[in-house]
Design a protein. Sequence first.
Lengths: 131, 169
Amino acid sequence: MTSAIPQAVVAALDIVVFTAGGYRIGVEASQVRASHPMPPEGGATPTEFLLGLHAAAATGGEQVLVVKHAGADREVVVQGPVELHSVAATAIHPLPPLVAARTQLRGLRALALERQRLTLLVDLRSLLGAC
Amino acid sequence: MTTPTLDQVLTQRRSAQKEIVDVDEPAVKLVIFVLGTQWFAFPGRQIREILAAAEVFFVPGCPASLDGVINVRGDIESVVRLDDLLGLSRATAGSSSILLGRGGGMSSGIRVDRVIDVVDVPQSQIQPPPANLSETLRTLVSGVLQFQQQPVAVLDLDKIFADYARGLG
């Protein structure tokens, strides 16, 4: 006999929001350990490189995200401001099948649409694992 | 005023009967639309909705034939440019409509230039596709008919979506 394990209803998801390549990008907050201004010496991986986007011109608002990955911390550069944001589960959508089939944007997992503003939800950890 | 004759009445009645459509003949609902100067149709059973206007959100990393996504009452749908998928030149900028279609186990918005009509057409009016279609259209057209003195190509939405998902178009 099998029985379904009741799943807790998720009402909202905390995401860290930033800009990369001119687009609004979101990452699950559980993947991000910290954020700080980019040091002058640089050195972290640009998020555009991970996602396969053209790099936007530097604006001076670059931030470093510290991402938990395989038991270590990895640093990636994003365009600020970096915000922690709670998105209602009802505003998060799986990729439409044709987008999932044709997109070349690496790591794209889902789309969040709130107040007519689109956020691309990506999996930074899997991208760091692939590079 | 002259009194009508029986012959006149019978002629009139026979003429009227000729115009009666055979209701027993199977009919197909078609959504007929324009791309550039060409008329096309999708079977009505595959079109859920016709949207006159919707804000399209660009998704980076997609081919130019994929306009982006739209919000349809809280759900997200992709929008593809049918002119690109059919290898046709793009219409000059102007108003357009989005058909919400379902085919090949997928659903998506389909951008077209203008919707002409939604009509029931007797199945017998749909003829096999002619041999002189372009190479791209040949595999995607399931039949043709005349509507308002225009040739209309009926498209196979299952194949269009399946091909597109496989990277064609």
